[in-house]
Ligand binder design. Structure first.
Ligand code: PEP
Ligand code: MG
Length: 564
């Protein structure tokens, strides 16, 4: 079996087949009495489950550990929760699942606004009880990687980015999915976490059964089902060899990233959450070139407030000490949906109400985030970056909201960096083409090749059936990158790259010769890229750039790259 190599590394282990994420849809019902009965049965079942759980936990771990389940049991009799679910069901004539989900969302939102620690703890209880009710209503089991016991290879039709963000190397050996491309956010999160992954495997779920033993090679995209002893030994040997190579790379810790002929390039990291900070520090990332802040908004029932965001940003900023942290503002939409936002379903979500477009539509949500980022800037070196800019108007409007947020902070006496830099991502062809205009007003650029490739080539980055057309080596994409770098430098502006192309070792010599100031990559890639750059002569590649820019297609680009 073979798929798209998404995150490097070898995994040998047993498969755990994960069912699809629970999708709760709104349905109108005629027979509300029957729906109420379904709900009551789900509640009664939940009570029986909890009572069993309480006695089992008391026996195994003691009464104190069982308290949490007692709290859940009490909640199932709490009128605040149960009455409002029933009221919603009756008043709106909706299915019980939707009534549960909506009530959960409202209560969590209400509780989040209360600063009391005890009340906040109840949010987790509400989430747990709602999840149990939804499981009982839909007949599905919840997915909790920590409860798996042994380390497994998670296999699924799809894993959404918010679920992927919960997985860690401590609990998971590898990931296999049927859908997705190499720059889908699920693949990106796997790379940041250092979990070997293969996506877009056709016929995966028919070909692999729960509990099967497999070998997964995340660098080549190969999967071996029920391998024989010889193959296990061979891959076991390769695994040990990889570990040894990682050990050798440690000599690059604490060194600058410099070419053979003395050019320095910044080598930062992409992260999605404060938990990724450890990997950045361990691999000696020189900064955070992209903090995908939207992951803070996922896998929950309502928006994170200003204080909660501040906490997360501050943790990263302080952890990075004096190194720069580029926080990208909310890039929601596309394959990153927030169920609680109530954005109408779109035919083409990647071309829809995404990223800066959403933020400029809902300015209050945007302002809360900007205030949190600004306040975090008092604790270190922070820059703000706007995603998916396609025109100068968006940059101007965002800047004016930032200025308004600054005035608010001034009047409240709250500290922030008065010289904070505002940059933009160059990830639409429009932005690359007018990068000369944008460079006059943006403080810096970071090139997002994942989207730049998808939008330039009109190839959905998520769609495995056209994955062969998704290729950053297409001369159209490479020329836009070159144009962007040249325009930034003409105006004296810094230009980095945080798309996945920045960690493509074959492309890096060209990117350096084009003059890129920074590469931002997943933490596990830092040291091998530093070593690669140490062996490169920038001037030598520069001499070939004229020829390079004349190449006709991705195949020619590839053979050119391989010849230098
Ligand atoms: C990009 O598009 O290249 C990028 C870095 O942003 P994201 O992958 O989060 O869309
Ligand atoms: Mg993008």
């Amino acid at each position: 079996m073979r798929g798209i190599a998404a995150a490097p590394g070898i995994a040998i282990g047993r498969v755990y087949v994960k069912l699809s994420a629970l999708q709760i849809e709104k349905r109108y019902v005629l027979d509300t009495e029957a729906e109420l009965q379904r709900l009551k049965t789900a509640i009664e079942t939940a009570k029986i489950q909890l009572k069993e759980l309480i006695s089992a936990t008391e026996e195994r771990l003691g009464a104190k550990e069982a308290e949490i389940f007692n709290a859940h049991l009490i909640l199932l009799d709490d009128p605040e929760l149960i009455d409002s679910i029933q009221l919603k069901l009756f008043k709106n004539k909706v299915n019980a699942e939707w009534a549960v989900k909506e009530t959960e969302r409202e209560l969590v939102k209400l509780f989040e606004e209360i600063a009391d620690e005890y009340i906040r703890e109840r949010i987790a209880d509400i989430n747990d009880v709602s999840a149990r009710l939804l499981q009982n209503l839909t007949g599905t089991a919840a997915f909790d990687p920590k409860s798996l016991g042994e380390k497994v290879i998670i296999t699924a039709k799809d894993i959404v980015p918010s679920e992927m963000a919960m997985l860690t190397k401590e609990h998971v050996l590898g990931i296999l999915t049927e859908v997705g491309g190499a720059t889908s956010h699920t693949a990106i999160v796997a790379r940041v976490a250092g979990i070997p992954a293969i996506v877009g495997i056709k016929g995966l779920l028919e070909g692999i059964k729960d509990g099967a033993l497999i070998i997964l090679d995340g660098s080549t995209g190969e999967v071996f089902v029920e391998p024989d002893e010889g193959l296990i030994e061979l891959y076991g040997e390769r695994q040990r060899h990889e570990e040894q190579k990682l050990e050798e790379l440690k000599q690059y810790i604490g060194k600058a990233t410099v070419t053979l002929d003395g050019f320095t390039v910044e080598l930062g990291c992409n992260i999605g959450a404060p938990k990724d900070l450890a990997a950045v520090l361990e691999n000696d990332g020189e900064g955070i070139g992209l903090f995908r802040s939207e992951f803070l908004y996922m896998d929950r029932c309502s928006m994170p407030g200003e204080e909660e965001q501040l906490d997360a940003y501050r943790t990263v900023v302080e952890g990075m000490k004096n190194r720069t942290v580029i926080i990208r503002t909310l890039d929601i939409g596309g394959d990153k949906q927030l169920p609680y936002l109530d954005i109408p379903k779109e035919e083409n979500p990647f071309l829809g109400l995404r990223a800066i477009r959403y933020c400029l539509k809902d300015k209050e949500i945007f302002k809360v985030q900007l205030r949190a980022i600004l306040r975090a800037s008092a604790f270190g070196r922070v820059r703000i970056m706007l995603p998916m800019i396609s025109g100068i108007g968006e940059l101007r409007e965002a800047r004016s909201i930032i200025e308004a947020a600054k005035l608010e902070l001034d009047s409240q006496g709250l500290a922030y960096d008065k010289d904070i830099k505002l940059g933009i991502m160059i990830e639409t062809p429009a932005a690359a083409i007018i990068s000369d205009i944008l460079a006059k007003e943006a403080d810096f650029f970071s090139i997002g090749t994942n989207d730049l490739t998808q939008y330039t080539l009109a190839v959905d980055r998520m769609n495995e059936s056209i994955a062969h057309l998704y290729n950053t080596y297409h001369p159209a994409v490479l020329r836009l990158i070159k144009l962007t770098i040249d325009n930034a430098h003409k105006h004296g502006k810094w230009v980095g790259m945080c798309g996945e192309a920045a960690q493509d070792e074959r492309l890096i010599p060209i990117l350096l010769a084009m003059g890129l100031d920074e590469l931002s990559v997943s933490p596990p890639k830092v040291l091998s890229i530093r070593r690669l750059i140490a062996g490169l002569s920038k001037k030598q590649v520069e001499r070939q750039m004229d020829k390079f820019l004349e190449l006709a297609d991705a195949e020619e680009v590839l053979s050119f790259i391989e010849s230098i």
